[in-house]
Write a protein that binds this ligand. Structure first.
Ligand SMILES: NC(=O)c1ccc[n+]([C@@H]2O[C@H](COP(=O)([O-])OP(=O)(O)OC[C@H]3O[C@@H](n4cnc5c(N)ncnc54)[C@H](OP(=O)(O)O)[C@@H]3O)[C@@H](O)[C@H]2O)c1
Length: 295
């Protein structure tokens, strides 16, 4: 099926658009046009992929493409797609894919009405600014949401980029994406807070302590779920948690909210294993109140 796709246009020359431009070129597609974003971003991207040209108008960019990759912020998707349909820039011979995790095909509704084939294909990978190595996407799981007849070419596209396609239902995309956001952004925020606490404790190489610990903790929870959690909350060590909060409130008050929120997130799944009075003390402490038992 993807033999029918050769020429690709990208709308949105940001983090993912830039990486996908290099990835599609390496996978044997021909990147013909890039639109959206600033003129500088379009120029930068097209200079790095031979044969591509910047286009001020998304409609002009996609008219010459068999595959359109829409890589704009999630909230802009529907407007961008609708503009393409209203401009009569897409039709039955084209494939239009967006890469937002949080949305299925609904934002491409107007595009689908033109007869163009649509899919939502999201790589479950964090793509930082400046990422240009297509290897970053190799072996990565992609959520593929598409009408049944379109799942084949959409999955082949993902496979062609080195990814591992998995069908995720249209109505599940927000939940799916919420999970990934916790796995990526919330874990990152927890690690950043942990690093700042160690620096405040005058540990000069926090990564020496954190890297093996994080790796082992994540591996254990991935294998066994919340039953692999350890630490003072799981043990019911109320005094230790109270001690943490005391020094955090004193020395790094900007991290107090994060410690409490993550503590409550830890308490939630292990609560049934704790004495009710201990669980109640932890809940009050982490919820913001002082606890008599903690002294
Ligand atoms: N970064 C990741 O880790 C990651 C991973 C997987 C999927 N995604 C998905 O990939 C998509 C893009 O994310 P990103 O991180 O690459 O964002 P990004 O770096 O901010 O890039 C978005 C690009 O779209 C342009 N843009 C914004 N509004 C537009 C509009 N109305 N019309 C045309 N172009 C517009 C932006 O231009 P300006 O800069 O001028 O606003 C920018 O060039 C999102 O749907 C996101 O959910 C991101």
């Amino acid at each position: 099926m993807n033999g029918a796709i050769r020429d690709v246009a990208i709308i949105g020359p940001g983090r993912v658009g830039t990486l996908l431009a290099v990835s599609v070129a390496r996978a044997g597609f021909r990147l013909v046009a890039v639109a959206g974003g600033t003129p500088e971003a379009r120029d930068l991207l097209t200079r790095s992929v031979a044969g591509s040209r910047p286009c001020a108008s998304p409609a002009d960019a996609v008219r010459r493409a068999e595959l359109v990759l829409v890589c704009v912020p999630d909230d802009a998707l529907e407007d961008v797609a609708t503009d393409l349909a209203v401009a009569d820039a897409v039709g039955p011979d084209q494939h239009v894919v967006h890469v937002a995790g949080s949305r299925g095909c609904a934002p491409l509704h107007r595009v689908a009405l033109t007869g163009a084939r649509v899919a939502a294909c999201h790589p479950a990978m964090t793509v930082p600014t400046g990422a240009r190595d297509p290897e970053l996407l190799v072996g990565v799981a992609w959520a593929v949401t598409a009408p049944v007849p379109d799942r084949g070419w959409a999955s082949e596209l993902v496979t062609g980029l080195g990814g591992d396609p998995h069908v995720v239902p249209e109505e599940s995309r927000a939940l799916y994406h919420a999970g990934l956001v916790l796995a990526s952004n919330a874990v990152g925020a927890a690690v950043a807070a942990a690093r700042r606490l160690l620096l405040a404790a005058r540990v000069d190489q926090p990564q020496a302590f954190l890297a093996p610990l994080i790796e082992a903790s994540v591996a254990n929870v991935l294998a066994s779920g919340a039953s692999a959690l350890t630490g003072p909350i799981v043990r019911g060590d109320v005094g230790t948690v109270a001690g943490h909060l005391e020094v955090i409130d004193r020395d790094t008050p900007e991290l107090s909210e994060a410690y409490r929120a993550l503590g409550l997130a830890t308490l939630s799944p292990v609560r049934p294993m704790l004495e009710p009075s201990v669980a109640g003390s932890l809940q009050r402490l982490l919820g913001g109140g002082r606890d008599e038992q903690a002294g």
